[in-house]
Design a protein around this ligand. Structure first.
Ligand code: GDP
Ligand code: MG
Length: 177
C-alpha cells in the first residue's frame, strides 16, 4: 500500500483569494503548519506545502497565498495559472467581503477553464458569532447558485480547517485522478 502511494503522487496547486483581512494567510498557515498567529502572518515564500493521503493516492498541496496585492485588486493571472483548487474567502463579520467574493469569482472564472478547477467558497472567522453579518444560509445560497462548494471555518480555533482540506483533496482527485 505504501509503495502504491509513492507511485501515485500528484502535485496540487491551491490558491487563496479574497479581500484583505479575511484570513487568507491565517488559513494558509493552518493548512500548512496547523498554527495560528495573532499578528498578521506573512507566509514569506511562494507557497506552503502540505501532504494529504487519500486511500489510493497522495496529494502534495502547494498552498499559494497572495502577498497583499488584493488590496489593490491587482492579483496577477500568473497567480491563478495552473491552479487545481481555489479558495474564495470572505469574513462572516464583514458583509463587504462577501460582496467582494462574488467579484473575485468572476475574475477567477475569466482566468480558468470551467471544470478544471475546484472552487470552494469559505466563510472564515466563524468564531465571531456575535459580530456575524453574513448568515450561513446566504453563503450556502451563493455557493449553490454559482455551483461552488461551501464551508465556514475559523483559522483562529482551527474549526473545520482540516475537514475543508480533506474535502478539497477528494474533489481535486475526482477532477485529476
Ligand atoms: P489576509 O489579509 O486575508 O491574509 O488575512 P490575515 O490572515 O492576515 O488575517 C487578518 C486578521 O484577521 C488578523 O488579525 C488575523 O489574526 C485575524 N483572523 C484570521 N482568521 C481569523 C479567524 O478565523 N477568527 C478571528 N477571530 N480572527 C481571524
Ligand atoms: Mg495575507
Amino acid at each position: 500500500d505504501k509503495l502504491r502511494r509513492m507511485v501515485r503522487t500528484f502535485r496540487v496547486k491551491m490558491v487563496l483569494l479574497g479581500s484583505s483581512g479575511v484570513g487568507k494567510s491565517s488559513l494558509a498557515l493552518r493548512f500548512g503548519k496547523d498554527e495560528f498567529r495573532s499578528a498578521s502572518p506573512t507566509v514569506g515564500c511562494a507557497f506552503l506545502t502540505r501532504v494529504v493521503h487519500l486511500s489510493d493516492v497522495t496529494l502534495r498541496f502547494e498552498i499559494w497565498d497572495t502577498a497583499g496585492q488584493e488590496k489593490y485588486h491587482s492579483v496577477t493571472p500568473l497567480y491563478y495559472r495552473g491552479a487545481h483548487a481555489a479558495l474564495l474567502v470572505y469574513d462572516i463579520s464583514r458583509r463587504e467581503t462577501f460582496i467582494r467574493a462574488q467579484l473575485w469569482l468572476k475574475e477567477l472564472k475569466k482566468h480558468s477553464i470551467p471544470g478544471s478547477i475546484v472552487i470552494w467558497l469559505v466563510g472564515n472567522k466563524g468564531d465571531l458569532a456575535e459580530a456575524r453579518q453574513v448568515p450561513v444560509e446566504e453563503g450556502q445560497a451563493l455557493a449553490s447558485d454559482t455551483e461552488l462548494f461551501f464551508t465556514e471555518t475559523s483559522a483562529l480555533s482551527g474549526d473545520q480547517v482540516s475537514d475543508l482540506l480533506l474535502g478539497i483533496a477528494h474533489r481535486v482527485y475526482e477532477c485529476i485522478g
